[in-house]
Design a protein around this ligand. Structure first.
Ligand SMILES: [Zn+2]
Length: 435
């Protein structure tokens, strides 16, 4: 099977090989953390005292600490204002991998990964999820994982596993607004026969809509992983019956990679060897929260270029510490609806993923923030806040309307309205007022 246009990155292949022993060790640590709870807060304290306060400018001048709670909470705006403060002094002298947030809850932000951390997230994320479930590839699987992203222009790449934990991975982009593009990817998947398909709810929704069951059955995947935002129950059920595979959710952020995934009892467990989690009241009082819920604050020092200590994620949820029926001692996360990424159903019935608007900041540098709300089946309202000193003049308004309307189908009305946002932990860039 040859995927059209498939290529690989030579630098990636070579550096992955350098880390194979260390990555293998990381996988063993993960396995043992499934039976013995790992105290990541102690590891973070040790890392802080050992290298973070020397390496990361933000903590320059800090004395050694004895508990994570001795350190301040960090929020996204601090990093956006001054990313260098949170980046290791040695960053310039080592190979870095740059990641961009999806920008579904705030303006897109770039993060630097160390080479080791990059390979850990690329090569071990799925093996960890499969390991928690006790799943291994069948002999009929030709590749280990197929990652399908909601990015129409992304070129397919292949990754070779050097750790022995996973296997060959292929990553492709798909145009979720085109049912044919979705069917084409699944037809190729039927030839590649991946053990696991990893994707997001918008792509899975598009697959559920447009892929016939005889085609899905040919893929032969054992595991479907959904990450990025909440997976609606009806899509989960439809995907499970289409592929006759186990469907699980994973929770991750661009800042940390995957930090939690579901067990066989359907509970979302934190990877205690990857992060420490706390829950605090959200930055802005949200009266709809129940008393157990709060904003998730995550600490992970695995990325030695940008370690994050007590980082406000903006995600709302609760964490349970009682032992789960599956036997795993790690805490269980219950995410609240705040992270649901909606899809827009257009008048023709096509399901449109608003993540297709994520290039808006790059195309219109004068925009500070925007929000897209589907108010009617054929109507989108776009609220726009400019950067300071900028203005929405008629020409900008026209170009912006063309940008949004051009991605939609004819007949959908786009209205641009200047706006000033009041940010809180529940800000969502894309909203639909329809069911
Ligand atoms: Zn469990």
């Amino acid at each position: 099977m040859i995927w059209p246009g498939l290529s690989y990155d030579v630098r990636e292949v070579l550096t992955a090989n350098l880390f194979k022993d260390a990555l293998h060790k990381r996988m063993l640590e993960f396995k043992s953390s499934l039976v013995t709870n790992f105290d990541y807060s102690q590891k973070a304290v040790d890392d802080f005292n050992e290298w973070i306060r020397a390496e990361i400018p933000r903590y320059g001048g800090y004395a050694a600490v004895s508990a994570i709670s001795d350190l301040p909470v960090t929020d996204k705006s601090q990093i956006r204002r001054n990313p260098k403060q949170f980046t290791a002094r040695t960053a310039e002298s080592q190979p870095l991998y740059l990641k961009q947030t999806t920008g579904s809850t705030g303006p897109p932000q770039q993060f630097s990964y160390s080479a080791f951390f990059h390979h850990e997230t690329v090569l071990l994320s799925i093996p960890k999820i499969a390991c928690r479930l006790g799943l291994r590839p069948l002999d009929s699987a030709q590749v280990y994982s197929l990652t399908i992203r909601d990015k129409p222009t992304e070129r397919p790449i292949i990754r070779f596993d050097s750790t022995g934990a996973g296997g060959t991975g292929i990553r492709v982009g798909v145009d979720t607004a085109s049912p044919q593009s979705v069917r084409d990817v699944i037809a190729l998947a039927a030839e590649a026969r991946p053990f696991c398909i990893s994707s997001g709810p918008t792509v899975l929704a598009a697959i559920a809509e447009s892929v016939p069951s005889d085609l899905a059955a040919k893929v032969g995947a054992s595991l479907i992983v959904s990450g990025g935002s909440h997976l609606a129950d009806e899509i989960r059920l439809r995907i499970a019956s289409l592929f006759k595979a186990k469907v699980v959710s994973a929770y991750g952020l661009s800042e940390f990679g995957v930090v939690a995934s579901e067990c066989n009892r359907g509970k979302l467990h934190f990877n205690t060897c990857d992060c420490h989690v706390e829950v605090t009241p959200p930055a802005v009082e949200a009266s709809s929260l129940n008393p157990m819920e709060g904003e998730l604050i995550i600490t992970s020092t695995k990325n030695r270029v940008m370690p994050f200590i007590r980082y406000r994620t903006g995600d709302i949820g609760s964490v349970a510490y009682e032992r789960c029926d599956c036997g795993e001692p790690s805490p269980v996360l219950r995410l609240s609806a705040g992270r649901t990424l909606p899809v827009f159903r257009l008048p023709s019935g096509v399901v449109f993923s608003p993540t297709q608007f994520s290039d808006t900041f790059a195309k219109f540098p004068w925009i500070g923030e925007f929000q897209v709300i589907q108010t009617e089946r054929d109507k989108l309202e776009v609220l726009v806040e400019t950067k300071p000193e900028e203005d929405v003049d008629p020409e900008r308004k026209l170009n912006l309307r063309r940008h949004f309307a051009g991605r939609l189908e004819p007949g959908v009305n786009v209205e641009i309205t200047p706006h000033r946002f009041l940010f809180d932990a529940k800000f969502q860039r894309y909203k639909s007022l329809l069911n």
